[in-house]
Write a protein that binds this ligand. Sequence first.
Ligand code: MN
Length: 441
Amino acid sequence: MRIQPAELQAWADHRRAVLDRLEPGQAMLLFGAHHHLRNGDAEYRYRQVSDLLYVSGWEDPEVAVLLRPDGDRRFQMWVQPKDPEREVWTGVREGTEGAVERYGADHASPWGQLEAELGEQLLGVHTLYYAAARDPQQDALVMRAIAGVRRKAERELFVPVPSAFVDPGRVLHELRLSKTEHELSLLREAARITSQAHVAAMSAAKDGVFEYELEALIDYRFRTLGGNGPGYTSIVGGGAGACILHYITNREPLRAGDLVLIDAGCEYRNYTADVTRTFPVDGTFTAAQRELYQLVLDVEVACIESVRPGLCFSSLHELAVRLLTEGMVRLGLLEGEVDQLIEDKDYRRYYMHGTSHWLGMDVHDVGAYVGEGESRRLQPGMVFTVEPGLYVPPDDERAPERFRGMGVRIEDDILVTQDGYEVLTAGCPKTIEDVEAACRG
Ligand SMILES: [Mn+2]
């Protein structure tokens, strides 16, 4: 689907917000993503860098964006030019004309001219927001461009060239952290599609079905419901596979009597959901599975219910750790005093990851978690996950036998509102009753 007018307006709004935060003498330079080879000369499908997308909406490779609040080229692009011969192979290009006419650039040049033109466009800029020291080739191009105009700038024009480099994230990532209404509408749609796909997987799972079959089904639902596909590689782990946190091989058969953990989120117009559900392969939780699952669910719900503006981001994890540790003592997974177990980090034996991360264009979205030595406080418009879990390795002889080889995680996507929160993924079943009903189809 081609870019829609409402989206062009949204990108323009983002761009204006960035330009409003830049002072005269400052500029921001962003590069697009490289192509990556999968094997041989076969490429992965291209996905643009989220920062560049956020201010331009440009989804094609070989692109750079320069934002400058002073002068008449506030929004300048270098893009792939029209090329009928290449377009036969790789599809229609917007070209420099499209960059100006459709994407709102004040000026656009062919990508190949970036190095020759960039220096001139940086005359008078003393501070460049540019993500230095991440890509040596880009760094070299930027430095050559600046070196090429330095003499003229200093000896003839008496204007600065960039001598200070600041990470664009300082401005951009703070903006990306607070979602606009338009962004929220995309995230809600990603959440809605994702919830339906998880429900489909619950009803399709049974003894002998392979993990990759559920992955394929989820992918199919993501795409047929209007999404781009998964926003990150889906995790489908049956039985003890659920204990491997980033299990993405997804190649084992599911077995009746086991749980299966699915962590999968649909990307919808460059915004992704991030949802985990854990359910019984044969549709009915065993007594031990119920105990472990209900504990994780109670913790997840308690964490979500604590969300309100002003809450410290870190207190979500602290609450999850405390409640999970109390629960693990109750279930016999840990022994001792809760405070001591937390202090000694003994809970990490079964709960070894964080509870929450920002969510948006990237699944682990940008935005500082800590500012001025203190945990970030939640504000309306922020979106993040809540995802407690417990993972008992199959060979853990310290754990009660009935829990061994079980992994449970439950993850929802939460929006902070003026007076509390909204669960964007509320449409995805998670109580034992609702999950078992979804498994029955
Ligand atoms: Mn997550």
